[in-house]
Design a protein. Structure first.
Length: 691
């Protein structure tokens, strides 16, 4: 893959789609055609392969009984042929609206043009004839049509609502068009089109504006794109339509599987358009993943059997201006909007708390046993425990918190653990695990037991295992359960000590919560001052502490030392930055994207220092990563995720799933062999230039 190919969104399954709202004139096809062609050219020059225009845009929607004037209808047909001829040199699809005569009747139609010809004409199915609408006065509904072909400009052109348009160069690009009212009915034509294979649904609308209608359009388009697992492009009439009795706002929308990608300005007095890079691969993968979509296809096979597919040439643009034309969030697990983020944190926290409440009641136990390190994960798990006990009406003293300093515990984290447990009001106890660890190291014949500073994996895991061993026996002794603290990011990267380490517990409240989200959850509790002033202060200090397992001693003596010193061992030095690895995890786990596409998305999100990162109160700098950085860290992720860590995930404790981003439970979202290879993923990553 060349660098030029890598940076082209079309390489990674995207297609740039545009929606245009031209200024028009009522009953002036020549003016409307000229403006349509101008915007068509501009959108294609910006890399778009599809441009959608409003309903009856060549004539204007508000012609009323002028639609029955032959001279106007003739002019509209000539306008369509002019646009079709122009399309040969433009290299994109245009969808335009016009009144069109078939079998001595008039239809409100959408015409699809590309490659110098009219590919097909689709009539409107549902004609509104209520309120301010009386389309049945001028037009006939699609179901009344007899012909399946029409002759236009000496060529036979497919006609009907059962038409799909497929690009030969982009197999995932399959287009269907419906018109305005068609999406307002219980079962829109686009629903069947999606089941027939359409990934791009276009709605040519006029849609006058009334109070609240804009919000309703958003809901309609969002839900239809979500149900159909498709892109949905919506365009409506703007300036130039008659305001005799109606008003027009010219709203344009682009949605993808329920997510809004672009929205136009409204009430503009000039022509305007929007564009977005739609992820066609995402749509295809979602349909493949949700087998209920395939079941729906099967149940409607009789209806879909007669659909016609028109293939056409649609060259993939070699040059695409503006980079990737869509937002890519740096933190896919964490909403960027503050209000949405707070609501997400509240929901995640409640899911965790309610799940733990159920487990405590079902198990009939008295106590919760938890190891408290003074770090991020155990802090959040302890907060969940406290809220669960409150809901159960049990005293927080029934939470048995144990901090267990070892050879690498810093004074900072030890003090934070003590302060946190005091703020929570749980039962707090301190167990120095160094004597028991020394005994085990001596039994192993490990050099450290003889005073030699050998800090290998055995040295680390003796400490991790000793802590968990204590917790399980303490739970036995106090008739309790061990609450696990390890998070989703650690499971993905295999950053947990197997079996007798932090990999194991009786119930793990954090197992499907990624590290980036846990940081926000703790911050969310801090800002609400739920633990009072001192509690908020300790949470603030914990958030500012380096993520570390604290299993390798720092250069200075550990326990009881400088309470301001950071841990000497940094997790991210070994496994890469969590903020980037969580990004890689999301797109690998949630969508199954190939590594080269994940790298492309990561560069779009992380390659610019000026883009926002953590909220100001959580960040010390605005990070950016070069493509070489991304490639290196993604390589680490792929090796650990696919090759070395699945055996740990194959036997994890019970834990609640909290988000649609997925979990790694072998009983739920992720069922994989423990002895697979990472070869194909690493080979695809090598296709990424540089690094």
């Amino acid at each position: 893959m060349t660098e030029h190919e890598f940076h082209n969104p079309y390489t990674h399954g995207f297609a740039r789609l545009a929606v245009a709202v031209p200024r028009n004139r009522v009953a002036d096809p020549a003016f409307n055609t000229a403006e349509t062609i101008r915007m068509y050219r501009e959108a294609a020059a910006d890399g778009a392969v599809l441009v959608a225009f409003p309903e009856l845009g060549l004539s204007a929607y508000t012609c009323d009984d002028l639609f029955h004037q032959a001279v106007l209808l003739d002019a509209c047909e000539r306008a369509l042929l002019e646009i079709a001829a122009t399309s040969r040199e433009i290299g994109a699809v245009a969808v335009v609206g016009l009144p069109f005569r078939v079998d001595h009747r008039l239809f409100n139609c959408a015409a699809v043009v590309a490659d110098g010809r009219v590919l097909g004409i689709l009539p409107k199915t549902y004609l509104p004839n209520y309120g301010e609408f009386y389309e049945a006065r001028q037009f006939n509904g699609a179901d009344t049509a007899l012909s399946q072909e029409v002759v236009l400009g000496g060529e036979r052109v497919p006609f009907g609502t059962d038409l799909l348009f497929k690009s030969r160069q982009m197999p995932l690009f399959k287009l269907h068009v419906e018109i305005c009212e068609d999406v307002w009915v219980p079962i829109p034509p686009s629903s069947h089109a999606a089941l027939a294979g359409a990934t791009v649904l276009v709605n040519l609308s006029a849609s006058n504006i009334t109070i609240g209608k804009s919000d309703y359009r958003h809901r309609l388009v969002s839900l239809q794109s979500a149900r159909c697992l498709a892109a949905y492009l919506y365009t409506s009439a703007g300036i130039g339509e008659s305001t005799t009795d109606l008003a027009w706002d010219g709203q344009a929308l682009i949605y993808e599987a329920g997510d809004m990608l672009a929205e136009s300005e409204r009430f503009s007095n000039r022509s305007h358009r929007i564009a977005a890079d739609v992820d066609l691969e995402r749509l295809s993968r979602e349909r493949m993943r949700q087998n209920s979509f395939g079941t729906s296809v099967h149940k409607h096979k009789a209806v879909l059997a007669g659909w016609r597919t028109i293939e056409f040439e649609l060259p993939v643009p070699a040059q695409v201006p503006h980079g990737l034309l869509r937002g890519v969030a740096r933190f896919p697990y964490v909403p960027s909007d503050a209000a949405t983020r707070d609501a997400r944190c509240a929901e995640v926290f409640n899911i965790q708390v309610q799940s733990l409440v159920q487990r405590v009641e079902a198990a009939g136990i008295d106590k919760l046993v938890i190891g408290v390190s003074g770090g991020l994960d155990s802090t959040h798990a302890l907060l969940v425990c406290a809220q669960a006990m409150d809901r159960l009406g049990k005293p927080r003293s029934d939470i048995l918190g144990f901090t267990m300093p070892g050879f690498a515990t810093t004074g900072r984290t030890l003090q934070q653990a003590r302060r946190l447990m005091a703020s929570i009001g749980c039962s707090a106890r301190e167990i120095d695990i160094r004597p028991s660890c020394l005994q085990m190291l001596k039994d192993l014949g490990h050099p450290f037991a003889e005073g030699q500073p050998q800090y290998d994996i055995a040295f680390e895991n003796v400490q991790a295992g000793e802590r968990t061993s204590h917790l399980f026996r303490l739970a036995n002794f106090h008739h309790g359960i061990v609450v696990g603290t390890g998070d989703l990011s650690e499971l993905a990267l295999g950053w947990c000590t197997y079996g007798v380490g932090d990999h194991m517990s009786h119930y793990n409240v954090n197992a499907s919560v990624p590290k980036t989200l846990i940081k926000h959850l703790v911050h969310w509790v801090e800002t609400r001052r739920i633990l009072g002033d001192e509690g908020s202060k300790v949470l603030h200090d914990i958030l500012a502490t380096e993520v570390s397992p604290e299993l390798i001693p720092p250069s200075e003596p550990a326990a009881g030392g400088d309470a301001a010193a950071q841990p000497g061992q940094r997790t991210e030095d070994t496994i890469g930055p969590y903020e980037l690895q969580d990004f890689h995890l999301y797109y690998t786990l949630r969508y199954g994207f190939r590594p080269s596409k994940v790298a492309f998305l990561a560069q779009a999100a992380w390659g610019d220092r000026t883009r926002g990162s953590w909220p100001d109160e959580l960040q010390t700098e605005r990070n950016e990563y070069t493509l070489a950085d991304i490639k290196r860290h993604l390589g680490t992720f792929l090796w650990r995720f696919f090759k070395t860590s699945q055996f740990k995930r194959s036997c994890v404790p019970n834990a609640p799933k909290v988000g649609s981003g997925g979990s790694l439970s072998p009983r739920g979202d992720w069922r994989a062999p423990s002895d697979s290879e990472a070869t194909v993923w690493l080979a695809d990553l090598e296709r990424v230039p540089g690094g």
